[in-house]
Design a protein around this ligand. Structure first.
Ligand code: PBG
Length: 337
């Protein structure tokens, strides 16, 4: 008998032939527990205010934010991330509203925790941009440069107010040097020993944040850009230095933001540090999928799921995504094999 070497012995395609065998050899899975759902908060009662720049995303008044948190829990999502749309009259150059213990963020946090306790995690964003009249994440000096150390003092107080309101994860997104250590010290001194810090460690000065700034109302007011504190998209080693610094200062987990254009950073972070790494699939990434699908470029749900599994494959523990509820529903109801 002669062997016909025209036949390949190893056929990788054998394991791809049917749905059941694809499922057997699948290396990564996405579950609702991998998803953190960002929610925008509005003043008022009974308010749903759609965000024009983010089709399918709304700002919700505090009473309805609680309903969204319950919906998240029912879908198997373990954590929501809160972002306030502060009314314009409460924005000022010194961002004082950030330190109001009764601001939108603190009220929404408390309302969710009062209603749900430990049934869901609440992540709160620490930065001054929803509160400053100029839309920058920190306080400006006389030259218009964001002043690191004066900003730090504000951020620690803001973080403490959020923890006092019940926040489970403090997520500084401001990119000031030293903020993770300063916030950790403040939390420890106030006996908030189990409040975690998820550091926006590698946060790039990105063109993908536009729709978010509309959602929190800082888009029109923002003067200039954020390149003096957010990272240069050309840099990778610097991201590793940022992440190392935040871990040394006490971060429980780190974040890379935006997501898909920075999968290499996620992969490197996971390989080098072995800590929980999260991706923020930001507003522009979401809006581009919606716009692309609406323009007939591809199937919306398929685009959504392919992008989300890419984060798991790259090494993420989880993903902050505006798709969270829809993706969780699809995982529950749909055939995603
Ligand atoms: C603010 C903040 C931003 C985002 C999260 N926190 C915007 C910015 O830095 O200008 C962006 C999120 C998104 O685009 O979905 N510090």
């Amino acid at each position: 008998m002669t062997q016909n070497h025209a036949f390949p012995r190893t056929r990788l395609r054998r394991s791809r032939a049917t749905s059941w065998t694809r499922a057997l050899v699948r290396e990564n899975v996405l579950t609702p527990s991998d998803l953190i759902w960002p929610l925008f908060i509005a003043e008022g009662h009974g308010i749903e205010d759609p965000v024009a720049a983010l089709p399918g995303v709304s700002r919700w008044s505090v009473d309805l934010i609680v309903e969204r948190a319950k919906e998240a829990r029912e879908l198997g999502i373990q954590c929501v991330a809160l972002f306030p749309n502060t009314p314009p009259e409460k924005r000022s150059d010194d961002g004082a509203e950030a330190l109001n213990i009764d601001n939108l963020m603190c009220r929404a946090t408390k309302a969710i925790k009062d209603a749900m306790g430990d049934d869901i995690g609440v992540l709160t964003d620490v930065a001054l941009d929803p509160y400053t009249a100029h839309g920058q994440d920190g306080l400006l000096d006389a030259n218009g440069y964001v002043d690191n150390d004066r900003t730090l003092d504000m951020l620690t107080k803001q973080a403490l107010n959020q923890a006092n309101a019940g926040a489970d994860i403090i997520a500084p997104s401001d990119m000031m040097d030293g903020r993770v250590g300063a916030i950790r010290d403040t939390l420890e001194l106030a006996n908030h020993h189990v409040v975690q810090i998820m550091a926006y460690s590698a946060k790039y000065a990105s063109a993908f944040y536009g729709p978010f700034r509309d959602a929190v109302g800082s888009g029109d007011t923002l003067k200039g850009d954020k390149k003096s504190y957010q990272m240069d998209p050309a840099n990778s080693d610097e991201a590793i230095r940022e992440i190392a610094m935040d871990i040394a200062e006490g971060a429980d987990s780190v974040m890379v933001k935006p997501g898909l254009a920075y999968l290499d950073i996620i992969y490197r972070a996971k390989a080098e540090f072995n800590v929980p790494v999260f991706a923020y699939q930001v507003s522009g990434e979401y809006a581009l999928v919606e716009a692309g699908a609406a323009a007939g470029v591809g199937d919306r749900d398929a685009l959504m799921m392919e992008k989300l599994i890419a984060f798991k494959r790259a090494g993420c523990s989880g993903i902050l995504t505006y798709f969270a509820a829809d993706a969780a529903r699809l995982l529950r109801d749909g055939d995603t094999a």
